[in-house]
Design a protein around this ligand. Sequence first.
Ligand code: SAH
Length: 251
Amino acid sequence: MKSVLDNVRVVLVNTSHPGNIGAAARAMKNMGLTRLYLVDPKHFPAERAVWRAANAADVLANAVVVDTLEEAIGDCGLVVGTSARDRRIPWPALSPRECGETVCREAGQHEVAIVFGREDRGLTNDELQCCTYHVHIPANPDYSSLNLAAAVQVLCYEVRVAYLAIAGGDDVGGWDVPPAKTAELELYYRHLEEALTDLGFHDPDNPRQTMARLRRLFVRIRPDTMELSIMRGVLTAIQNAVHRLDKSSEK
Ligand code: SAH
């Protein structure tokens, strides 16, 4: 029988040590998760990954290897990015417990991703800004960076706890239209930047934090696909008006 957990994927970005990939696969399978995505791993496939996976070699064998984060999360309606420390622009955040609950609730409706960063540098700001929420495991503030696979274990455990609490995981909240997927949001942000540039509001050569702040605004709103297509229509109308004005002033 298909479970909500089948709609949850763990995404590891640019992992250096194949042992961590294997240990993450094991951590996932122990908690009932099976869908592993690897974004441009340094060494994979690798024997070391298979050893560390123990009886989760099937999770490794079925891992989807892609070149970019966009490919790994494009079809997801909820993306949670993990971070070992606070970042410059605060983002909507979940505790690990809330993360487990939100992931389980939404996985009944659409694809969900939990994204983990590089062993040495974590996720970049651009990568974190592709995420709906951020989650931080409240570890010792003097040493808050967990081993990658240990962080995967903690968050997969929280997904498991939430899954068991809703007994089968079909307790999903209703909304009439599905949330916009990551790939649709990325197209929207591109369109928004174009329209704001045409309008003379935004200067791509001196962007400052405008687009990051606008992204965060839309992340907080979490537009559904219908709302997003209305906004795309508004942007096109703005662009058409600007072009008409430009043409008439050329006359
Ligand atoms: N030096 C890096 C640490 C990366 S640890 C940094 O400062 O960002 C590797 C990955 O493990 C992180 O990208 C994150 O996905 C996960 N991780 C480690 N500690 C975490 C924590 N306390 N909370 C959430 N994720 C954590």
